[in-house]
Design a protein around this ligand. Structure first.
Ligand code: NAD
Length: 526
């Protein structure tokens, strides 16, 4: 019944309708006392004010991190089974309340409903994954001791303490919840600072976690500008998880380094898609349209460069342009819209500037190329460029919008080499039917490679690590790495019978002979 109601939904395109007074009031109730200047949140669809949120002062931030620190001690003592049950309940709530989740995400990001659904499913599945695996991932492990039989060793994991999470606006529900959940399961408190443009999705994640049973102070949201609140947050936490631009990530890394706290960052990308000569071109063209234009290209793992060997370039390009032109663009909560709006004027200006610069330098527009104010204030057409010169800004710089360049290459080897010629190394997509596709994929210098998919296969495989090489990041989210990083590991070695060292009465020369012989024997066994 619920899904029928969802299917039948043909909402008013006015974003104000998406965020009811009841929901807005409930979300604001999650904010700890905040007396800083309030900030209007506007709909990207039409500029309507959809709400107003307060910001925190530095003193209030200090109070928040102190209560989080107090609450963490009790939380760390809660059995893992109870923490897992809370996260499981949260996963169920996300799915049960999906209409509200989709409404809130759409209201503040302007993305299409189907792309808001990706966030919703991602959070529910990630929560289910970590609820199922956290106990196994973090339980104490017995390791081989220094002296077999005499040394027994246990590796024990402790929570870091208070984890700071700074998240961006593009996937505000996913990137608020999915880094907080493993940190919470590992026994940490979390203080989350969402981007100022998208506070409601973060508050909704917090509200659902609390409804699922998370004690109030164990996770809190702090609101305010990155440059002030963000810095103060880094100074108060024990570990920092950051998602955002490479420029901000570099500055945050330096601040974390000066405090010697751990840091994990998921940063920008300029992700390549490579089509090999034996690929199913229809599938590649369809997959490329999704990989390039999901969330109007405002996706860190979306594709902005396509490399196609000359022999198949015309056929692929024709099919890809057709798939792109078939995308339904616009604004509204109607499921019929494939690609929604950009988030802000600043994004629109960057995207237009990148396209104009490329065209001035000789690039050709195969489809799209401009804004569509008739469909929404910040809608930009899915755009395909070709003949892009190396001097064009978007040749190397991330656009973070619905713009992709097709590059023809003499052969497959050149396609792979050019795909690797980037400062970034986040995600890549490879289209081929070759039996050795996995080996070809391993030649791509990126943290994830999707074969016959654009980005979702690797991202949604929550059991496997996800993250960037080169300027695209430090550390990993997802998989065992994505939860272990929120712990301090401790080695506890128990020595039996005798401490290590020469026995009483044994000469150092005799000790040398004994130990060299023992070392040789031990290494033979390893
Ligand atoms: P941004 O770096 O400007 O902002 C991200 C967050 O950092 C926001 O919450 C912001 O308030 C905060 N911030 C800004 N300056 C800060 C400072 N000095 N100290 C502390 N916090 C500060 O990024 P953006 O432009 O909003 O987001 C888009 C970028 O994020 C793109 O480059 C995109 O590729 C990247 N991104 C990466 C991933 C990933 O998983 N690799 C995911 C989403 C977005």
């Amino acid at each position: 019944m619920a899904s029928q109601a969802t299917d039948d939904r043909m909402q008013d395109a006015r974003s104000t309708a998406l965020l009811s007074d009841r929901v807005r009031t409930g979300l604001l109730a999650q904010v700890s006392a905040a007396s800083g200047a309030s900030r209007e949140i506007r709909s990207p669809w039409n500029g309507d004010v959809i709400g107003e949120v307060p910001t925190h002062t530095l003193d209030e931030l200090d109070g928040i991190t102190r209560t989080a620190r107090d609450a963490q001690r009790a939380w760390a003592a809660v059995p893992m089974s109870r923490r897992r049950a809370i996260v499981r309940r949260f996963a169920r709530l996300v799915l049960d309340r999906r209409d509200t989740v989709l409404d809130v995400i759409q209201a503040e990001t302007g993305k299409s409903r189907v792309h808001a659904l990706e966030e919703t499913l991602d959070v529910a599945l990630l929560a289910g994954h970590y609820a199922g695996t956290a106990g196994r991932a973090l339980r104490p492990r017995i390791r081989l001791g220094a002296i077999p039989m005499l040394t027994s060793v246990r590796e024990v994991r402790h929570p870091k303490g208070v984890v700071g999470v700074i998240s961006p606006w593009n996937y505000p529900f996913t990137l608020a919840a999915s880094d907080a959940i493993p940190a919470l399961l590992a026994g940490n408190a979390v203080v989350l600072k969402p981007d100022s443009q998208t506070p409601y999705s973060a508050l909704l994640a917090l509200s659902l976690l609390r409804e699922a049973g998370l004690p109030r102070d164990v996770m809190q949201v702090v609101l305010g500008p990155g440059a002030t609140i963000g810095d103060a947050l880094i100074d108060a936490v024990d570990f920092m998880m950051f998602t955002g631009s490479t420029a901000t990530g570099t500055a945050i890394a330096q601040r974390c380094a000066s405090r010697l706290i751990g840091f994990s960052a998921e940063l920008g990308g300029k992700n390549p898609l490579v089509v090999l000569e034996d690929a199913d071109l229809a599938a590649a063209a369809r997959g490329a349209a999704r990989a390039c234009f999901s969330n109007a290209g405002q996706l860190c793992i979306s594709v902005e460069r396509i490399y196609v060997p000359e022999r198949i370039a015309d056929a692929f390009t024709e099919a890809f342009v057709a798939e792109t032109r078939a995308l339904r663009i616009g604004t509204g909560a109607d499921w019929g819209i494939d690609v929604g709006s950009l988030i802000s004027d600043a994004q629109l200006r960057t995207v237009q500037a990148h396209v104009d610069d490329a065209v001035e330098r000789g690039a050709r527009v195969l489809t799209g190329g401009g804004a569509r104010p008739d469909l929404g204030d910040l809608v930009f057409e899915p755009t395909i460029l070709t003949d892009v010169p190396e001097t064009a800004l978007l040749h190397r710089d991330e656009t973070f919008g619905p713009v992709v360049s097709i590059y023809r290459t003499p052969d497959e080897e050149t396609a792979i080499a050019r795909a690797n010629d980037s400062d970034y190394g986040l995600n890549a997509s490879l289209w081929t039917r070759r039996a050795d596709a996995t080996e070809v994929a391993a030649a791509l210098r990126t943290g994830t490679v999707n074969i016959n998919e654009g980005y979702a296969a690797a991202w949604a495989s929550h059991a496997a690590p996800m993250g960037g090489w080169k300027a695209s990041g430090v550390g990993r989210r997802h998989g065992r790495e994505g939860i272990e990083k929120y712990t301090e590991v401790q080695t506890i070695a128990r020595q039996r019978l005798r401490p290590v060292g020469p026995w009483p009465g044994m000469s150092n020369a005799a000790y040398e002979r004994l130990m060299v012989g023992a070392a040789r024997a031990l290494n033979l066994l390893r």
